[in-house]
Design a protein around this ligand. Structure first.
Ligand code: SAM
Length: 280
């Protein structure tokens, strides 16, 4: 393992601070600093950016982000056992790393960070999808972040980049592709992690578009897409019955057939439907 900084190897950090991974915290650590540096590089040029990292754990990716020259890193970690290890990293990069012992779902990153902001995380699986949906669905666009570089279980990553007609196409694909460019940039086998999870993982890189691809209200779009894909085998007129009393007319005015199924509808069609539902 080659060094990216003068701090101890991560296996020593884990031993010194007794950081046995806890399943309840979604902990699968990356201990290879070459790998964490590679993930940090996928986030793009960090030198003029603040970076938000959720769940730094023992700090492998945090060290990669700092070594890549991040202007500032805010690392939000729920497990207080990790704090002493993270404080050692903060001491090695004076003024660059702020560690918050908090639940990422409860923190407003803008109170600490200054745009441009990139998000880079090996996300805890228990809150990863919820955080992604929040980052993709603010009422106003562009969002606080310019890019997201996120580790997910491979199956979730595939849902983010899926195209119509694919069985993984659904709410995540629509929300991600509506307002960002999303691509899978790395694949990692279970053995890359300690302990190894049951499934493979992928890093997804999303770049925020300056404006959504098609006009629509974020709440309406999110709601109809959730309804449409909750019953993905049903025709749209049945799956969306609760969304408007005259849903068949709204579907037709959006250029969709009431007998279509969600899986066949491209992003543009869902945006047209969101507009048709919002029009009086
Ligand atoms: N970034 C580290 C790495 O790559 O080795 C750890 C990744 S591990 C998959 C997820 C991390 O998120 C753990 O350190 C866990 O304690 C933390 N975590 C879990 N739930 C969290 C939450 N709600 N808010 C902030 N951190 C959380």
């Amino acid at each position: 393992m080659s060094a990216i900084d003068t701090l101890p190897p991560l296996r020593d950090v884990i031993r010194t601070h007794d950081l046995q991974a806890r399943k309840s915290m979604g902990q699968n650590f990356l201990l290879d600093l070459n790998l964490t540096a590679k993930i940090a590089r996928q986030a793009g040029d960090l030198t003029n950016c603040d970076v938000l990292e959720i769940g730094p754990g023992p700090g492998g990716l945090t060290r990669g982000l700092l070594a890549e020259g991040a202007r500032r890193v805010l690392a939000i970690e729920k497990d207080r056992r990790c704090l002493p290890a993270l404080e050692e990293i903060a001491a090695a990069y004076p003024g660059k790393l702020e560690v918050l012992n908090a639940d990422a779902l409860e923190v407003d990153p803008l109170s600490t960070l200054t745009p441009p902001i990139r998000v880079a995380s090996n996300l805890p699986y228990n809150v990863g999808t919820e955080l992604l949906v929040r980052w993709l669905t603010p009422a106003d666009w562009p969002p606080f972040w310019s890019s997201l570089t996120l580790m997910f279980q491979r199956e979730v990553a595939e849902r983010i980049v899926a195209q119509p007609g694919n069985k993984t196409y659904g709410r995540l694909a629509i929300l991600a592709q509506w307002r960002s460019d999303a691509r899978i940039v790395m694949q990692l086998p279970p053995e890359a992690f300690t302990p190894p999870p049951k499934v493979s993982s992928s890093v997804v890189h999303l770049t925020a578009l300056p404006a959504p691809r098609y006009p629509a209200n974020a709440n309406t779009l999110s709601r109809i897409v959730a309804l449409a894909f909750n019953q993905r085998r049903k025709m749209l007129r049945a799956a969306l019955k609760g969304s408007a009393p005259d849903i068949e007319d709204r579907l037709l005015s959006a250029g969709l057939k009431p007998t279509d199924r969600a899986e066949q509808i491209p992003l543009e069609g869902f945006c047209a439907l969101a507009r048709a539902i919002d029009s009086i």
